[in-house]
Design a protein around this ligand. Structure first.
Ligand SMILES: Nc1ncnc2c1ncn2[C@@H]1O[C@H](COP(=O)(O)OP(=O)(O)OP(=O)(O)O)[C@@H](O)[C@H]1O
Ligand SMILES: [Mg+2]
Length: 345
């Protein structure tokens, strides 16, 4: 059975079939009629998709960011599940799986919202989805046939990616027997999870709102004071990485404010960690994951005693969860030796 993972984050949507991965910003916008249908230069086209779903046309990802007049971008979990999740997930899946081939899908939720929304997510994805994909001036009818859905807490994707091989068998037997804490720092949320001998610990699992968006919001405010222009936070990634931004022709240096807010954010994550894991002083190792995990690793590392590692198995740290989802699918749906859950849905 074909397997695909989709990780719909507040910052980025990622999808993978285990071979290829796609990643685009989690933004949904109204499709705009194009006056000019030709590309004049053969440069790279924008990441994202143009889809028609249930008779309505949408721009998704970077395409929506740059072309849609009306854009939806949310930092609210209930709104994400109700409005954007389906479109973002379908946009991701159509890029990695063929039409009409039945597939099993693995997706995730922040640990703190897992129980509340997991059934809704499954229902949203199950069954046949008829859509039109618009690409290079052409329309392609696509039917996505979702056979089964498994929803897991998001940071488990990263853990599975670290512990398992691509075929769903265990790679790091020794680590799997240990007690591991995972911190997945995303755009909006930071997820804390503790896992001992692959058993989930409810006590050590929590979702906080301390994501990278906090830092971006602060930088955007500073920028507004300096330039008088309101820059949307999802347009700040590249500027923050480079340490400077051009607004209406003037160059602004944001390296210092970045340094300051990143180290404050790192301190907030570490203090949340100490509070949430106050009884879990016997952790063998802490794994840092998510796109924010990479950005904050150098700041967090000196603040933590004991072993701490950055999950670096992928070229892009944001992809660890979705790559782990596919591995988990192979383990869960295909079944591996000793997997008693293999026949459950
Ligand atoms: N090339 C990059 N472009 C943009 N952001 C990047 C890049 N590399 C790392 N990042 C960091 O990754 C963060 C997003 O991480 P990630 O994709 O894990 O979040 P998310 O899953 O969308 O959010 P959440 O888990 O809160 O829903 C950004 O805020 C940024 O700090
Ligand atoms: Mg995430």
């Amino acid at each position: 059975m074909l397997m695909a993972g989709v990780d719909v984050g507040f910052g980025f949507t990622k999808a993978s079939d285990g071979e290829s991965c796609v990643l685009f910003k989690s933004i949904v916008g109204e499709a705009q009629p194009r006056a000019l249908n030709d590309e004049f230069f053969s440069g790279q086209s924008l990441a994202g998709s143009h889809l028609t779903v249930d008779g309505r046309s949408y721009f998704i990802g970077e395409l929506a960011e740059s072309e849609s007049r009306v854009r939806q971008f949310t930092l609210d979990q209930a709104q994400m599940v109700a409005n954007q999740f389906r479109l973002l997930a379908l946009a991701g899946l159509t890029r990695v799986v063929p039409s009409r081939v039945p597939l099993n899908v693995i997706t995730g939720l922040p640990v703190g919202y897992y129980m509340e929304f997991k059934d809704r997510l499954s229902e949203t994805l199950m069954g046949e989805h008829e859509l039109i994909v618009h690409e290079g001036g052409e329309r392609k009818d696509v039917t996505l046939t979702v056979n089964r859905v498994k929803v897991i807490p998001q940071p488990y994707g990263s853990l599975v990616d670290y512990l398992f091989r691509g075929d769903g068998t265990l790679l790091r037997q020794d680590v799997a027997r240990q007690k591991i804490g995972i911190i997945d720092i995303g755009f909006k949320t930071t997820d804390f999870t503790v896992c001992r001998e692959l058993r989930h610990s409810e006590r050590g699992s929590r979702t906080t709102e301390t994501g990278m968006a906090k830092a971006f919001q602060f930088i955007a405010e500073t920028l507004r004071e300096m330039s008088g222009v309101n820059v949307e936070i999802y347009r700040l990634y590249d500027a923050v990485r480079e340490g400077s931004i051009k607004v209406r022709g003037a160059e602004y240096d944001i390296a210092k404010v970045k340094e300051e807010v990143f180290s404050r954010l790192a301190a907030a994550v570490v203090s949340d960690m100490e509070r949430i894991w106050v009884d879990d002083w016997d952790l063998d190792m802490v794994l840092l994951a998510g796109g924010g995990g990479e950005s904050l690793y150098e700041y967090i590392k000196p603040m933590v005693r004991g072993e701490i590692a950055l999950l670096e198995t992928q070229d892009d740290p944001r992809l660890a969860n979705v790559v782990g989802y596919v591995k988990y699918g192979r383990y869960f749906f295909d079944g591996s030796p000793g997997n008693v859950d293999a026949t459950e849905g």
